[in-house]
Design a protein around this ligand. Sequence first.
Ligand code: ATP
Ligand code: LTN
Length: 338
Amino acid sequence: MDNNINNNGKKIVLSGIQPSGDLNIGTYFGALKNWVKLQNDYINYFCIVDMHAITVRQDPSVLRRRTLEVAAGYIACGLDPEKCALFVQSHVPAHAQLAWVLNCYAMFGELSRMTQFKEKSEQHSDNINAGLFTYPVLQAADILIYNAHLVPVGADQKQHLELSRDIAVRFNSVYGDVFTVPEPYISKEKSAKICSLQEPAKKMSKSDKNVNATVLLFDKKDDIIKKFKRAVTDSDTAVRFAEGKDGVNNLMTIYSCATGKSYDEIEREFSGKGYGDFKLAVGEAVADALMPIQKKFGELMSDRTELEKILKDGAQRASRRADRTLAKVYKKIGFLQI
Ligand code: ATP
Ligand code: LTN
């Protein structure tokens, strides 16, 4: 019997988002919305991974503000602090402690193959630091320290999840069954990859410098509509999901995420209409879907004491579990216990 499953038969879920930029509809439709769906059926740990964020330069005061905003964003999107431990990664030191140990079980060659490392190295060629290189090891520590069974992420994180599994299996093969080998949970729906509105072959990214490429969770309705109006499409005129129509495909995906309509329904709805009508409808649907989230976010941000209390409680709950795993690992590898 798996001793990580509690009396109600519930397994463990863990995931995280970097406070590296403002939350956008990519992180919402691609990740957060799925976390909300899972929260009743699992024991949940959701963190704000501030230690990952500093692998690229951050302004300290902006990082502090964003960390709180992402926390408020989690709750505004529907995570319930009673059902989930919501916490900041740097508040639970066991993540960094386990990461050091796991560094010694992750290979230079496998880390060199990580596409996120290669992409970020190109984007930040003046700062290819060691933290950027070992980023996936800290991610493995985030996951393995809770013995998480399931890790809900967007499609871009598949490779990091495979590495976490490899590290767990490698460690277990030396020391016995210490870690649960985690499974990725990547939505089968197209929301697993929401793309940039300006370069629709690329994923919509929090750290994109082009403001028209991303729709922020807290953008005003007028701005949302403007951004969709400017979205890159193609020289065809028909709203249909097809190869070579990345821009329109992405807009159809976003519209589908916001309204629950299928691609067939969307094609029928806009048959005979042009891209102008379609873009306006997408903008309005997204603005409507975000409205309740924005309202809740405003309320949460106006009570910082309450937000800090939630994060403190989350870190305590997380630490209790994380410290147990760390103690077991230290013992297994032969660190002196006194
Ligand atoms: P950065 O641009 O700073 O690297 P990011 O925008 O990629 O950040 P993360 O914090 O790295 O965002 O990702 C948080 C979660 O959201 C991950 O599970 C990731 O897979 C998912 N995610 C992020 N962007 C998208 C997207 N455009 N489509 C689907 N899922 C996404
Ligand atoms: N690497 C992820 C963020 C992240 C994460 C995690 C996701 C850090 N630690 C643990 C799932 C589980 C990203 O770049 N999107």
